[in-house]
Design a protein around this ligand. Structure first.
Ligand code: COI
Length: 358
């Protein structure tokens, strides 16, 4: 159990006047959580302090060698004004799986959840009140030894920031266009594809920039070895409904094991769908798109929630999905998942974790 010291702010920031205009994680709140790790002492000095810049030595490890991992989860205000988290235990575990790969010390799962809840509780007035908005929570850890030698870092910092947020994509829940990347790769066996490390996202920037210039919202990554099988979109896992069956890439080292992904798979199986987690060739997706059996494509992610895809472009070949509309299964998943998250549907799976009254 952490002993969390709280340093009060001297004045509070203005809350967003119109929550319907919230973008994704652009607003800074009053507080952040910090905790240091020092070899021999372990994690220590847990504190909630006024939100603000860090002072770090320019030779700090993370600036040069990118040793950093992060998480993303949300706090929701329910219809009966309770503040709740969605499956924070899954984030705590995944954070440690990522940290293990990046040689960053693990944080006991109960400490991670306690820290998240303590910060959310102190910031509970920042949790939006309207449907479609929530408090996005970004925990991250990084190595902060001073000096440029490559070695196992002995000092680390764990931080949590929160931000009231609306939809991740400017399109909202409207369908997005996806560019199937044919030049760059995101992950390969043995690398860090399954982790949430900053490096995965930094290395994706070039492809994202190219896709954006061409008018696409995101890039669909193919496997890094054969450049043949669909993997993920970077900000979300991707699902394909082909001839009644649901396909998504397996989480076998190169794909992020999404919390929303596994939750959607559970819901889909409950509804009687066959969900196939495995290899799906982009050629077969495009073929299904042309012969009319590609019924729906959607992405899942904490930030993206459940996001419909209306177009896939692969080497100049295009398929259009669901006439540019939100598919019925995509809408059902979105409604059920957000219904549980916003406390409008019963939480029969025990996914919601109470923080405090709003
Ligand atoms: C999330 O969905 O929480 C993520 O971390 C994805 C990021 C690109 C916003």
């Amino acid at each position: 159990m952490l002993d969390i010291r709280i340093e009060k702010v001297s004045s509070y920031k203005e809350k967003p006047a119109d929550e319907s205009k919230l973008k994704f994680a652009k607003v800074q709140t009053d507080y952040m959580f910090l905790m240091n790790y020092t070899e021999g002492e372990g994690w220590h000095d847990a504190r909630i302090v006024p939100y603000g810049p860090f002072t770090l030595d320019p030779s700090c490890t993370v600036f040069h060698y990118g040793q950093e991992v992060f998480e993303g989860l949300k706090a929701y205000r329910s219809a009966d004004n309770k503040i709740q988290l969605f499956r924070p235990d899954c984030n705590a575990k995944r954070m440690n799986d990522s940290a293990e790969r990046l040689c960053i010390p693990a944080i006991p799962e109960e400490d991670f959840i306690q820290a998240v809840k303590a910060l959310v509780e102190i910031e509970k007035d920042w949790v939006p009140h309207i449907d479609g908005a929530s408090l996005y929570i970004r925990p991250f850890s990084f190595a902060c030894d001073v000096g440029l030698g490559l070695h196992t870092a002995l000092n680390h910092l764990f931080c949590i920031i929160v931000s009231p947020s609306g939809a991740y994509y400017p399109e909202g829940i409207n369908p997005v266009r996806i560019y199937v990347e044919d030049e760059y790769v995101r992950a390969a066996p043995g690398l860090t594809g399954y982790t949430k490390c900053g490096g995965n996202y930094g290395a994706s920037a070039k492809a994202a920039e190219k896709a954006e210039k061409l008018g696409f919202t995101q890039v669909l990554w193919l496997d890094g070895v054969e450049r043949k099988y669909v993997e993920e979109v970077g900000s979300m896992n991707l699902f394909f409904k082909i001839d009644g069956k649901i396909y998504t890439a397996a989480c076998d080292g190169t794909v992020l094991p999404g919390v929303t992904r596994r939750s959607c798979i559970e819901l889909l199986k409950d509804w009687g769908y066959e969900v196939i987690e495995g290899k799906l060739a982009i050629d077969d997706v495009m073929k299904a798109g042309h012969d009319g059996t590609l019924e729906e494509v959607f992405g899942t992610g904490t930030a993206a929630v459940v996001s419909p895809v209306k177009e896939l472009d692969w080497k100049g070949d295009k398929v259009f999905i669901c006439n540019g509309e939100i598919g019925p299964l995509t809408q059902k998943l979105y409604d059920n998942l957000t219904g549980i998250q916003w406390g409008k549907l019963p939480d029969t799976k025990g996914w919601m974790d109470f923080v405090c009254n709003g």
